[in-house]
Design a protein around this ligand. Structure first.
Ligand SMILES: C[S@@+](CC[C@H](N)C(=O)[O-])C[C@H]1O[C@@H](n2cnc3c(N)ncnc32)[C@H](O)[C@@H]1O
Length: 260
């Protein structure tokens, strides 16, 4: 990726570190260096990123099978293979997808990819301000909040470390009608990777998100509120149905889907 803007290229971003872990090419030298640093601390980080991305794809298919035709993907990241709109629109050509990310580079790339797509958009917003997301004119144009929505918060809530994250997710849940689903994957804190938390946080402090904290399973379950998780509940991200025979060793991301 060309170093178009010195501010963007010198400071790693969580979106571009993740892109580098996935082997994408929307990242700068500083992002690749940070990704290498992360891999040195957590050698399974790349495996986890790929397993997470595969979960995202399975979850979109699961929601499509249950009649969901619109997706609000918050913390959507740099577009890479298997974006939500690609998966959804392959099956339902006019499925609606609104991508939301705090990272301007991720949003710019998304908009570039989506420029000829009337049923998808990308906006820059911070999920800590959920009403700004819900009331955004582009989100309003595409997403009908009277119809079921797939709310995707995939591998992003561990970057929103404040307790106010719970209020923000509750507000988003409450805005969605029956028939909607909440999809979450999240770094977990009671794993060997957690032993590296101070180092990982120090690495992310240099980025745009400033922190990365796992939560316990109970803390992650709280994001679902009273909504009932579909089977098998909150499990290792590669174990969420039909994920194959992934290896739980070194895994530090769990996933769950709840019907709202
Ligand atoms: C690891 S990426 C996940 C990308 C995608 N959801 C996936 O799972 O493949 C995390 C994304 O969350 C975004 N993010 C972090 N904090 C955010 C916030 N407060 N509001 C919106 N996006 C945020 C980052 O910019 C990054 O693109």
């Amino acid at each position: 990726m060309a170093n178009a803007d010195p501010d963007f290229s010198n400071r790693p971003s969580s979106a571009r570190i993740y892109d580098a872990l996935l082997g994408g090419n929307h990242n700068f030298a500083a992002d690749r260096e940070a990704a290498q640093g992360l891999l040195a601390m957590i050698p399974t980080a790349g495996d986890m990123a790929r397993a997470n991305r595969a979960f995202l794809s399975r979850a979109v298919h699961y929601l499509l099978d249950r009649g969901v035709r619109q997706f609000l993907d918050i913390g959507s990241g740099i577009p890479t293979v298997g974006n939500v709109h690609e998966i959804a629109q392959r099956r339902i050509p006019d499925a609606r997808v609104a991508y939301v990310d705090i990272d301007p580079v991720a949003v710019a790339h998304s908009n570039d990819i989506l420029k000829d797509n009337p049923w998808a958009c990308a906006i820059q917003a911070d999920m800590r301000f959920p009403d700004a997301v819900l009331d955004h004119p582009q989100v309003r144009r595409l997403i009908d909040l009277d119809q079921p929505v797939g709310l995707m918060l995939v591998a992003m809530l561990h970057f929103v470390t404040e307790d106010s994250a719970y209020e923000a997710v509750a507000r988003l849940r409450q805005a969605l009608p029956i028939g909607s689903y909440l999809v979450i994957s999240h770094g977990i804190s009671d794993t060997p990777a957690d032993a590296k938390e101070a180092e990982v946080t120090a690495l992310y402090r240099r980025t745009d998100v400033s922190a990365a904290h796992g939560r316990t399973r109970d803390q992650i379950l709280q994001f679902f509120g009273d909504a009932e998780l579909v089977p098998p509940g909150l499990v290792w991200v590669h174990e969420w149905p039909d994920g194959g025979d992934g290896n739980a060793n070194g895994m530090a991301v769990v996933a769950g889907v709840a019907a709202l």
